[in-house]
Write a protein that binds this ligand. Sequence first.
Ligand SMILES: Cc1cc2nc3c(=O)[nH]c(=O)nc-3n(C[C@H](O)[C@H](O)[C@H](O)COP(=O)(O)OP(=O)(O)OC[C@H]3O[C@@H](n4cnc5c(N)ncnc54)[C@H](O)[C@@H]3O)c2cc1C
Length: 422
Amino acid sequence: MLGGGLSGLMAAWQLRRHGYPVRVWEASPAAGGWAQTLPWPGPKGEPGWLERGPQALQIQPGSALERLGQALGLVYLPKAPKGPRWIGKGGQRHPSDLLRFPGLRLGERLRLLGEPFIPAQPPERAGEETLAAFMARRLGRGFAREALPAFVAGVLAAPPERLGLEAMPQLRELESRGGLLWGGLRHPPQRSRHLAGGTGALAQALRMALGAVETGRTARRLEVRPDGGWQVWDGAVTQETPSVVLALPAPRAASLLRDLAPQAACLIAGIPQLDLQVWHSRHPPVPHWTRGFTLLLHPPEGRGLLGVVALAAEDPRSVPGLLQLRTYLGGAYPVASDLEDAPGLWSELRRWLPELQDPLQTRREDSPGAFPLLEPGHAGRVASILEALPPGLHWLGASRFGPGIPNLAEGIERWASVGMAL
Ligand SMILES: Cc1cc2nc3c(=O)[nH]c(=O)nc-3n(C[C@H](O)[C@H](O)[C@H](O)COP(=O)(O)OP(=O)(O)OC[C@H]3O[C@@H](n4cnc5c(N)ncnc54)[C@H](O)[C@@H]3O)c2cc1C
């Protein structure tokens, strides 16, 4: 297994469960990839943490992620209290309540209520539909124009016109169960849950269950042996193995495959990767925000600022008595030059959140290649990549299954049980 991010760890765990011996090579000194909870002490050295990647996980009952969590004996905190959710639009923040959403005309609001009567698209016509077209078909053009861009930018950091439905596979499922409103009411999405120990606890638990994950080992060359097996070289050691799983960021996977499977390498390299800027900050507390909050920006006004999430005061990762924020910029949206440095960013944030006082602590974490952008027709591209891979070589990760950890867990569980032919 090359890559010890969550994809590599989950895939190795599934392979073990099916009885295959597996070794994991991870380039960096720590396993987990983006899923790491890092210490970030408070201004007086108090214990505190930040997440490199996801702050919370959506765990649906009966999902692969729930099964994995149960098998690993993970402990979840009682559901976090839900603070307000706002949309920043027209220079102000508004509750993100659909029926009162700013910018929608009366007819467009009424059109939202007609959603359950829109028939599902036959699967053979679904492959090339963009997320924007899907939402316009189901909830109307007004919703797609006025509301959708902020929701999608806040989650996938890209405009809905550039994304295919593979980026949000749960939508297709809801459509087949009677529509987004009925389907959503009958199977409401679970509120996000926090792992005791942060999201990084999932990677840690997998690592413990697997035993050795070999960190500090960067796969630099991959070669096929005359007997059809493989050898991997890390600059010092060569490992021989009957099969190799690439659970790497797409550009790394493409560069290892360049000479072995040029067509697959070219297709993988063609999956756009989005860079995010993430600012973590701690501020004096603000009354009424003790349950945390979420603010998403309407992208044309955000100028590259996508959203801000505040942890609830009781979240064990935050420092008691301080408000901890995480602010996202970038992705597919160019960041205005005045938002690139701290003073410009805080002055912009205060436009939307005037109650916010100056930060006591800040930390900028750049996340190059944070998310893949899954374009319409992604499933076809994946099928062509899999066909172009030589036998014994496997390719996994966010660029195949989508960036959401629940989607990764689902895809990897399916791959291990039916799709894998080691
Ligand atoms: C800021 C941010 C916020 C996010 N928020 C959410 C969220 O709210 N919900 C959600 O579900 N998902 C979220 N994600 C996405 C999610 O974290 C990722 O999709 C997921 O963690 C990807 O896991 P991975 O193992 O595929 O890739 P990675 O985490 O990138 O792991 C790949 C691993 O391969 C290693 N590697 C690279 N080259 C080599 C080599 N040559 N040899 C050996 N090892 C190598 C790397 O060091 C890395 O550890 C977020 C991501 C970021 C960055």
